[in-house]
Write a protein that binds this ligand. Sequence first.
Ligand SMILES: NC(=O)c1ccc[n+]([C@@H]2O[C@H](COP(=O)([O-])OP(=O)(O)OC[C@H]3O[C@@H](n4cnc5c(N)ncnc54)[C@H](O)[C@@H]3O)[C@@H](O)[C@H]2O)c1
Length: 295
Amino acid sequence: MTLKVGFVGTGGFTKFHCNLLAKMEGVQVRAFCATSLDKAERAAAEWNGAKGYDSAATMLDAEALDAVYICVPPMAHGEIEEALIARNIPFLVEKPIGLDMEQPVKLLKEIQAKRLITSVGYHFRYMDSTQRALELLKQRKIGMGLGYWMGGMPLVSWWRKQDGSGGQFIEQTSHIVDLLRYTMGEVEEVYAAYANRVMHEDHEGVGIPDVGTVTFKLASGAVATISNTCILPPHSQGKIGLHIYTDGGTLELTNECLRDLAPSTVMEYKNTANPYVREHEAFLTAVTDRRYVRD
Ligand SMILES: NC(=O)c1ccc[n+]([C@@H]2O[C@H](COP(=O)([O-])OP(=O)(O)OC[C@H]3O[C@@H](n4cnc5c(N)ncnc54)[C@H](O)[C@@H]3O)[C@@H](O)[C@H]2O)c1
């Protein structure tokens, strides 16, 4: 059985996902939708037999797709998901899922009402190191967490606009929010402080804050902060991850490994599997299994 998949968006991350899917058994990339037919056809030309479309609805009506990947900038969400939900087609949406609360909450209600299979591209939860941290946390009491996304500014045009990306915290740092919720539990209260310090002076059209800190109160009683900046110059050392402080020591999660700073020992667990492959496998297995049930 081969799953036929389509992509909405033909940018850098669509290529990244397609290259991973090309190495997987039982998946065929069949269609691409872009903001112009020309762009979509250029993307499709790289995939044997794939077709290009300039609207998601046209693509979905023309192709019998089993699943769709949505890889568009944050401001472009809404209509695409609605078109998929209306046709009962499972989808994986790249993070972030929107710019505000209203639209994602509305989509969630519709997805739940239809019991549609969906997934979001928050890949930190698929890392070996995160799974190992979950095991270790079963024996420990969490006190607090400190999260980071300290780096530079991606230079694509939509990223620097509040109504394009939603700002760094939504566009990038929400990866760490997902990691925090996955390892430390649900959040009940949030406070934040942001500022524009550097990037609006150095680059044209920057409307997003370039530094910020968010404080969380969790349902468990634990507290956490997640800070971010995009002011660091290219090639400088940044920091991405979450440190969890427990009664058994500190767990340091990064995008490469877990460091367990237990009393008198430091253990390091490196990621071996590719978390993006795991993300695809989890989503596509769910689609396949549900299809068996439905048929
Ligand atoms: N999970 C991760 O690790 C990760 C990494 C990189 C990017 N991403 C996310 O993937 C998304 C896309 O990123 P990218 O790097 O591919 O961006 P990009 O700017 O390279 O490409 C975006 C594409 O979407 C297209 N597009 C915009 N609006 C559209 C619409 N309404 N219909 C169809 N196509 C539309 C654009 O023409 C462009 O081809 C972003 O939300 C980004 O945050 C996730």
